[in-house]
Design a protein around this ligand. Structure first.
Ligand code: SF4
Ligand code: SF4
Length: 225
């Protein structure tokens, strides 16, 4: 999701890599669930998020869409995001005790917060959003440990490829009509989110193939539009 903000106004002015220490530790979010509420449509879910949710909850993407997840347009493309619910706009995975009921397979943005990603030159770095988590006396923690994601290098490669694939799609959308825009959104939803993955093959290899295929298809659509 593109944000038109000056990074120096929302961060501590530093960029971080996986092995850097960042002041994000918040005592296990004790007595706080502020960032699991009122987040609007901002917790956008990538295909690996949906893969983990459907695998661990033994459900389909369509079933998630019935109550926990919704679709919205992000920079011209229809993508899923966590649904915030009720008057206090709580995430549907927040339990009665104010804890995440899917902590071990929570989405990437939840793992990241209050860090963000800034993309540049075909890659990305992390930054600390200094106005987003109000917990006092934060401690230093290694970025890699904070994100706490298995196969982190493969994950980072996927995150980068996914970001730049969406950027390529956006550039096609800029010169396309509504019919092509709908076609592209349907392609992304069905290819990356609805079609089941093969559990006996590595997930990142499958995603890599799909991204390559999508980029090829996008070039074709772009030439025609
Ligand atoms: S606002 Fe900070 S302390 Fe509260 S739940 Fe989010 S990350 Fe944890
Ligand atoms: S999935 Fe878990 S961590 Fe993420 S917003 Fe919902 S309750 Fe919070």
């Amino acid at each position: 999701m593109k944000r038109n903000v000056n990074i120096n106004e929302i961060s501590d002015g530093k960029l971080y890599g996986l092995n850097d220490m960042v002041k994000a530790g918040c005592d296990g979010c004790r007595d706080c669930s502020a960032c699991c509420q009122g987040m609007g449509k901002t917790v956008v879910l990538d295909p690996i998020d949906i893969y983990r949710l459907t695998s661990n909850l033994a459900c389909t993407f369509e079933q998630l869409l019935s109550d926990k997840v919704e679709l919205n347009v992000v920079d011209g493309i229809v993508l899923p995001n966590l649904k915030m619910d009720g008057s206090s706009e709580k995430c549907r995975f927040l339990n009665e005790e104010g804890r995440c009921s899917i902590h071990s397979f929570r989405p990437g943005i939840c793992r990241l917060f209050p860090l963000g990603r800034i993309y540049e030159d075909g890659s990305f770095k992390y930054f600390l959003q200094v106005n987003e988590c109000s917990k006092k006396n934060k401690t230093k923690v290694k970025v890699k440990n904070w994100i706490d994601t298995p196969d982190i290098k493969e994950y980072e490669k996927f995150v980068t490829d996914w970001h730049y694939m969406l950027k390529s799609l956006e550039s096609v959308l800029e010169v396309s009509d509504e019919a092509v825009a709908r076609q592209i959104s349907m392609y992304v939803l069905s290819e990356f989110y609805m079609e089941p993955y093969n559990d006996s093959l590595p997930i990142y290899a499958q995603l890599d193939e799909k991204i390559k295929k999508a980029l090829h298809t996008i070039c074709f659509v772009g030439q025609k539009s």
